[in-house]
Design a protein around this ligand. Structure first.
Ligand SMILES: NC(=O)c1ccc[n+]([C@@H]2O[C@H](COP(=O)([O-])OP(=O)(O)OC[C@H]3O[C@@H](n4cnc5c(N)ncnc54)[C@H](OP(=O)(O)O)[C@@H]3O)[C@@H](O)[C@H]2O)c1
Length: 417
């Protein structure tokens, strides 16, 4: 099978490397030789690559009937979308690692593939090397997937892990992550949750079979997590993780991206550094967990190559993945329920009645947490409340007592099986 790679950066060059490194095995499993005929780049020379492989003209790839599969590893929505669509319309299989294009146009591209009896695969777009996409639409095809919750962004997980280990501030840890090459110069997509939000939208699409816009998912990043929050989390036996989560309850869909306190009963507690972890709860399977490198040259390229092999095996027909263009309706953030960790001004003395009345359930005991050496604030953990209710209780508490709530963080346990 002759293929083209569009975009020869980290992922594109990794695909070439994996195809060379594991050539014999890949050809055996795919059933044929896989040969790179073109590399689409914006420059005419790439060190170490023969000039005859390089083209700067997409139409050369599009119009070559020998090309049966195209890897898109350019990133961004345009012109990636137009290039992918045009290749599918010509009956060429496309494998993409690009979450932006999959999130924005994935269901349309799957339909185009179906109409032209070819395939659009995108395993590497979520979780890098972790095989979560195929697991959801293939292995879990017979499961009623109730929840998917994951650490989907290695950069923010690296920052949160380091803040906990070293007691450092967000700003200092971000600088360190940038110095080590784990965070971009503009870290917004990672630390403000947008990267996680796109991946969460793709996971919701895979579990629901419907179209989902990441803009409709409540998204909160980790910029407001302080070293003080982290000290409380440590004291309480929690870790703070940036989670992307989707839940299905009967016909209702819930989704959010936010920093969440997780305890040791949740395997996500133990996912440290740049690693990703994705916990899936099925009605028959119960809790399962996928863990591994969510980014990086070879892990991501390995997922792309697994898609190339899938395409070689399903060369002459469309492999349905059950993704329709019907738009999903996501319930508002206010209808999600959590327990809440709250940091409150002053001491608990004199306001215990108000704390209990606003934040605790009947018969629950008030247990204020005070960090050593801090007299200016304390923390409590609320009972389980719907977010809308919690926010109005918090406003009422502040008005009634004149005390400020400095910060709150949601706490989430594992879904009961
Ligand atoms: N890196 C990872 O670990 C990882 C993991 C999972 C998914 N992904 C996704 O994979 C995609 C690629 O990521 P990457 O890290 O490989 O990015 P990258 O290193 O920036 O590589 C992208 C390459 O595509 C080229 N390119 C962009 N537009 C082009 C165009 N119109 N024509 C020809 N070439 C073009 C760029 O060329 P120039 O050098 O000229 O700009 C660059 O060489 C992204 O969607 C990313 O989100 C990446």
């Amino acid at each position: 099978m002759k293929i083209a790679i569009m975009g020869f950066g980290t992922v594109g060059s990794g695909v070439k490397e994996v195809l060379e490194l594991n050539r014999a095995q890949i050809e055996k499993k795919g059933g044929e030789k896989i040969e790179i005929k073109y590399i689409l780049a914006r420059r005419e020379h790439i060190p170490g690559i023969p000039d005859e492989l390089i083209t700067t003209d997409f139409s050369v790839i599009e119009n070559d009937p020998e090309i049966e599969l195209v890897v898109e590893a350019m990133g961004g929505i345009h012109p990636a979308y137009e290039y992918i669509k045009s290749c599918l319309e010509k009956g060429k299989h496309v494998v993409s690692s690009n979450k932006a294009v999959v999130d924005a146009c994935g269901s349309k591209l799957v339909r185009t593939a179906k109409e032209h009896k070819c395939n659009f695969y995108f395993e590497a777009s979520v979780g890098g090397g972790i095989p979560v996409i195929r697991t959801l639409y293939h292995n879990y095809a017979g499961e009623n997937v109730m929840e998917i919750t994951g650490i989907l962004n290695g950069t923010s997980n690296f920052i949160l892990s380091k803040m906990k280990d070293e007691g450092s501030t967000f700003a200092d840890t971000l600088k360190e992550a940038q110095r080590l090459g784990y965070a971009e110069k503009d870290p917004s997509a990672d630390v403000d949750g947008f990267d996680t939000s796109r991946k969460t939208a793709i996971l919701l699409s895979m579990s629901s079979g419907m179209r989902c816009r990441h803009e409709d998912i409540y998204t909160e990043g980790i910029r407001n997590i302080s070293d003080i929050d982290m000290s409380y989390a440590k004291e309480m036996g929690y870790h703070i993780r940036l989670l992307g989560s989707v839940e299905t309850v009967e016909d209702k869909y819930f989704a959010y991206v936010a920093p969440i306190m997780v305890g040791k009963d949740d395997p996500l507690y133990f996912v440290n550094g740049v690693y990703n972890g994705i916990r899936v709860v099925g009605n028959c399977l119960g809790n399962t967990m996928l863990y591994g490198k969510g980014a990086g040259k070879l892990p991501t390229a390995s997922a792309v190559v697994s898609d190339i092999i899938a395409a070689a095996r399903h060369k002459d027909h469309f492999q349905g993945i059950g993704w329709s263009e019907k738009m999903i309706e996501i319930e508002p953030m206010g209808s999600n329920a959590f327990r809440y960790f709250l940091r409150i001004e002053g001491t608990a003395e004199g306001i215990k009645k108000a704390l209990k009345a606003h934040f605790l359930g009947e018969g629950e005991e008030l247990c204020p947490i005070v960090l050593e050496g801090r007299q200016d604030e304390f923390a409590i953990v609320s009972t389980v409340l719907f977010e809308e209710d919690f926010l109005s209780r918090m406003r009422e508490f502040e008005e009634e007592t004149g005390r400020r709530v400095f910060h709150f963080i949601r706490i989430k346990g594992m879904t009961e099986e």
